[in-house]
Each structure stands twice: as C-alpha cells, then as structure tokens.
Design a protein around this ligand. Structure first.
Ligand code: NAD
Ligand code: UDP
Ligand code: UDP
Length: 423
C-alpha cells in the first residue's frame, strides 16, 4: 500500500534533473549574503546578541544609579553614597538574585540608643541586623520588629569574632551607665578594645562603612570648657572609670588606625549624656534615677553638692546626628550633644516641675573621678553635618516620663504609642 505521504512527496519531485534556479529578483541579490550568514552562522549571532544584551543591562543601570551627588545633597539625602561598597556598585549581582536594600549591622541594637536607631533605619527601608549580648539591652526594645523580614536579632558577644555580610556598621555595643560599666570593668575594656577590633576586622573584610559611638568621657574631667573635638582630654588612666574612658579612647585609636592603615571608611561620634524613652529604669544614670525616684515618691539622690554640670540630649536628636554622620563624608570625631548645660540641682528642679513639685532631694557622697563639667561645642557638627539638636530638656523630659510611668505602673500598649509619638 502506498502511503499518502509518499504519494504527496512524489507530487513535488522536480520533473527534470537539470538545475534551474528561480529567476532572481533584484532585492534578493542584496539579501542573499545576509540570509546565508543568518543560516550558517546562527550560533555566533545568538552569542553576540547575548553579549550585547548583557552589556546593556549591566552598564546602563550602573551609569544612571551611581552618579556622584553634590555635597549638600549628600548631607540631606538619607541614602548612602559610596563607591567602594560592593552591594551598591550596581550590576554586580549574579543573574537570578534580586538586588537587596542596604544591610545595616547595629551592635548593641537592643539597648537604649541602639533600639531607637534601629526604628529609624527600618522606617527608611533598610535591612537591619542587631547583634547584642543583652547585658544591658533588652529584647523588648526591638520585639516590635519581630516578624519583619528586614529585621534580624542575633545573640552574640562582640568580644568573639563574627562573620556577616553588611554595608554599614553602627558599633554601639558597650554598657554606657557608670553603674553598668563599673560592674565588670575587665569585660568593659574587652568590649571596647577586642569588640571594636572585631567589628573593624569585619568592616575591613566586607568593605562596610563603620561608625563608632564614642563618648564625651574621652575628655575626662575636662580642663577646657566647653569641649571642642581638638581637646585631648584629662583622663585618669588607672581610675574606676578608666575601663570605659580609656576603653573608648582606644576604640577611637583602633578606628583611626583601620582607617589610615587598612582604608576602612570610618566615622566617630562623641556622644554627650542622652536620655529618653526605653532607658533602663534602674541603670543608675542621673536622669533615669531622678525620674524613677520622683515617680515612686522617693527622694531624688543628688551626689556631691549637686553643682557639677552635664548637658542632656534627647535620644531622637542623637539618632538623627548619628545617621547624618554615617551618610556624610566626614570622619570626625564629632561631638553630638545638646549644649544646654544644667547642674544636677537644676536638673532635679526640672524633674520636680515635670513630675511632682513636692519631690524631695537627698544628698549622697559623690562617686570617684566624677567630671565637674560637661558641655559640648557643636560648631563642627553644625558646620559640616548641618546638624543640631532640636529638643530641649523641658520638652524631652515629659516624653521620657510618660514612658517610665507606663513601665513602672504597667500598661505596655500605651507605652509603645508614647514612644513612637515622641519621634
Ligand atoms: P545601653 O547599655 O542601653 O546599650 C548598650 C547595648 O550594648 C546593650 O544592648 C548591651 O546589651 C549591648 N552590649 C554590651 N556589651 C556587649 C557585648 N560585649 N557584646 C554585644 N552587645 C553588648 O547604652 P546606650 O545608652 O544605648 O549606649 C549605646 C552606646 O552609646 C554605647 O557605646 C555608649 O558608650 C554610647 N554612649 C551613650 C551615651 C548615653 O548617654 N546614652 C553617652 C555616650 C556614649
Ligand atoms: N574579624 C571578625 N569578622 C570578620 C573579620 C575579622 O570578627 O569578618 C575579627 C578577626 O577575628 C580578628 C579581628 O576581627 O580578630 C581583626 O581582623 P583583621 O583581619 O583586621 O586582623 P587579623 O585577623 O589579621 O589579626
Ligand atoms: N548623679 C546624681 N545622682 C544620681 C546619679 C548621678 O547626682 O542618682 C550625678 C553623677 O554624680 C554625675 C551626674 O549625675 O555627676 C551624671 O551622672 P551619670 O551617671 O548620669 O552620667 P555620667 O557621669 O556618665 O555623665
């Protein structure tokens, strides 16, 4: 049986063996070589097409996203601008992987200042990793971010090495209250020295920008008033506060040596006394002590004659300053503090006005090596970072009082509302 297919093929067989090309049309002369190439060199053309497309997708986006900004724009823009950053360099992400936002490590992020900083970073869309050993910090300070894919919390002590991939490191891990840092002084200096070394090693390995939260304590009991960044300080190297003061001074030294020696991009903030919601209630610092004591109807404990001075900064001002410093182009050090200066007796008076006019004062012996005066000169931060604090003590204290009131007397839900409304 002859198949239909065989039959049809025969139908189209040429009737003659003589080769007779179709009559050529004028346009076919020009396209014939192209058709030949397209037929015969198909593979090569496909490869060239892939190469061209790859160049297009890699080069065009990177040339448009990495344009340098002018300095004023950098200072105002909340997004970082750096070229050395491998996550920011554009087009280097392997095919199939999505480009991620900025990854920020906050050491000590479960503490008072750190948790407010984390709130702001998450709010602007960064992915945040908090590393904390919970010595003075608390999970409750960051638990409102649990369940957010952009947030991770790692229990880790910075004295031990740590491997992570991040773009920026805010290094805050260290107890800040004198009562806490004197509790285990050797651990405090290890945290400041070995902990800072590890975080700088990490910054060097991954090319991250590193910000150290240093302190006004590097000025010790200052002989210059107010304190300017160029003042080298008056610190007792063998006193009870030196685990913190000298620890932070060494941390500054390490930071600058990694900058000069290893090319790590660094920033140094010298923070002056800061207060606000989420401070540890019984951390022994003067603002938290006075507020908690006045709320509990206990006498406010004034150490010494109460004539020593401090300058108190509200936490939201500090967080803005830290972020401005991180995104800016200057290494520092920068004083970040509120220049409003108060004696401890004046502070007690403000607490009386805010909480209870009948709150009593009780004098206690002062602690060893207590600095007599403290007031930041913030000219440098104003000029170069365009930063200055906005919240004066009489405005900031009531926001902290409402947080303390709710934590001491209960009702945690209102507490969260009070904290977020304070920003
Ligand atoms: P905080 O005690 O509330 O926070 C410090 C955080 O670091 C805590 O969560 C603590 O558990 C964590 N931590 C401590 N040691 C650690 C370690 N070895 N490994 C991992 N985590 C560790 O203090 P804070 O007031 O939020 O201060 C934050 C930073 O700012 C500190 O570096 C402090 O020196 C600096 N600072 C604060 C003030 C201030 O008035 N608050 C003033 C000057 C400098
Ligand atoms: N380090 C770390 N994480 C890193 C890289 C380094 O914890 O991703 C630590 C490392 O363990 C070392 C410190 O940082 O103790 C300093 O590292 P660096 O590479 O600067 O010095 P080296 O290891 O050569 O002494
Ligand atoms: N202070 C005080 N009563 C207190 C706690 C502290 O008078 O209950 C004083 C303390 O002697 C110091 C000042 O307040 O002169 C600030 O102390 P704090 O511990 O808050 O911070 P730092 O000494 O680190 O500036």
């Amino acid at each position: 049986m002859t198949s239909e297919l065989t039959y049809r093929r025969h139908e189209h067989q040429p009737t003659s063996n003589i080769y007779s090309p179709k009559p050529s049309k004028p346009w076919s002369i020009t396209i014939r070589p192209i058709r030949y190439i397209l037929h015969e060199q198909r593979l090569i053309f496909t490869l060239i097409g892939i190469v061209l497309a790859t160049f297009f997708f890699i080069l065009i986006p990177s040339s448009t996203t990495n344009k340098p900004m002018s300095r004023p724009t950098q200072l105002l823009n909340p997004r970082p601008v750096f070229n050395t950053n491998r996550y920011n360099s554009g087009g280097k992400i392997p095919l199939g992987l999505k480009r991620k936002g900025l990854r920020v490590l906050v050491t000590g992020g479960a503490g008072f200042v750190g948790s407010h900083l984390v709130d702001r970073l998450i709010e602007r869309g960064d992915s945040v990793i908090v590393v904390d050993n919970f010595f003075t910090g608390n999970k409750e300070n960051v638990m409102h971010h649990f369940g957010n894919a952009g947030f991770e919390l790692i229990r880790h002590d910075v004295v031990e090495p740590l491997l992570l991939e991040v773009d920026q490191i805010y290094h805050l891990a260290c107890p800040a209250s004198p009562v806490h840092y004197k509790f285990n002084p050797v651990k405090t200096i290890k945290t400041n020295v070995v902990g800072t070394l590890n975080m700088l090693g990490l910054a060097k390995r991954v090319g991250a920008r590193f910000l150290l939260t240093s302190t006004s304590e590097v000025y010790g009991d200052p002989l210059q008033h107010p304190q300017v960044e160029t003042y080298w300080g008056n610190v007792n190297p063998i006193g009870v506060r030196s685990c913190y003061d000298e620890g932070k001074r060494t941390a500054e030294t390490l930071t600058m040596d990694y900058h000069r020696g290893a090319g790590v991009e660094v920033r140094i903030a010298r923070i002056f006394n800061t207060y606000g919601p989420r401070m540890c209630i019984d951390d022994g610092r003067v603002v938290s002590n006075f507020v908690a004591q006045a709320l509990r109807k206990e006498p406010m404990t004034v150490y010494g004659d109460g004539k020593q001075t401090r300058s108190f900064q509200y936490v939201s001002d500090l967080v803005v300053g830290l972020m401005r410093l991180m995104e800016g182009e200057y290494v520092g050090p920068f004083n970040l503090g509120n220049p409003g200066e108060f004696t401890m007796l004046e502070l007690a008076q403000v607490v009386q006005e805010t909480i209870d006019p009948n709150a009593k004062i009780e004098f206690r012996p002062n602690t060893e090596d207590d600095p007599h005066k403290r007031k930041p000169d913030i000219t440098k931060a104003k000029d170069l970072l365009g930063w200055e604090p906005k919240v004066e003590l009489r405005k900031g204290l009531p926001m902290m009082v409402s947080d303390f009131r709710q934590r001491i007397f209960g009702d945690h839900k209102d507490n969260d509302a009070a904290i977020s409304s304070s920003f």
